[in-house]
Design a protein around this ligand. Sequence first.
Ligand SMILES: [Zn+2]
Ligand SMILES: [Zn+2]
Length: 314
Amino acid sequence: MSYLACELHCHTKHSDGGFEVNELQKSAKENGLSLIALTDHNTRSGCNELDDSIIPAIRGIEWTTYFGHMLVLGAKKFVDWRDAVPDNIDMKTQSVKESGGVIGIAHPKQFGSPMCTGGRWEFNVNKWENIDYIEIWHDSFGSQNYENAPAVIFWNRLLDKGYKLAATYGRDWHSNKKQGEFGCTYLKFDSAPCEEDALNALRLGRSVVSTGPKFFFRVHRMLKTFEIGDSIKPGNVVFSFFTDLHARESVEERLEKPVIKIVTNGGKTIVEAAADERHIHLEIKKGCWYRAELWCKENGLSKPLAITSPVYCE
Ligand SMILES: [Zn+2]
Ligand SMILES: [Zn+2]
């Protein structure tokens, strides 16, 4: 098994989506996805209708508050979000963690009021260790998307402070009416995809956001191999890359001059190589994080095709 395309942010008629639960699952299957997360606004009622024989699914909810939207996946007990305010969010996230849940911040840099009240992340988090991932890419791509670049900067700053946070893409899939280019999150599975393994991949930081291409790396030192999300001691290592530009169909025309970048603290690119590069030697330094990005040119402008979660140098 390997990295498989998932959609981790979906709505149905149980909140403001247009799908019945099984329509969403069938649509996800038709879109070539391997797993979804059902994350209706403020309810898990749709989870009872999930049928994993169509496509495996994570049981989740999107806490939809005036101070931000938080994706809570796989929690085994009810945690009340209705009184969540900026200064009690750590208590709430602690309860979710104790119930086995995985926590992600949805669209942190969406416009807030009056465009979308509460859509922007304004909670005062102190316990960042309770948060598993940030939805750094959201909705459709293209020039209208004003929120992805600031969300990546938001994520970089947290990584720079030493927090280990995975990245996800969220289509925020409500129906098939909306047109646009949509991406996916690749999660690493060791066997057939299922809810528990997907939750674990998120906990371990084994994720890649992508416009379509399958792209990931491993890090090698002597006989040891490390995966995305792992912590590694300082010193010389080799990054090995897997790049399949055509893993999903929608991206064929966008692949002018693709390059691989290794990016570290501050969002700084330290290595750039052709996308068919297989191995890059690098000395990694204590306290730094390293991720890989796949970029291409479109109409002369550089744009990202995929961003991995980091590895961390202890
Ligand atoms: Zn939302
Ligand atoms: Zn949503």
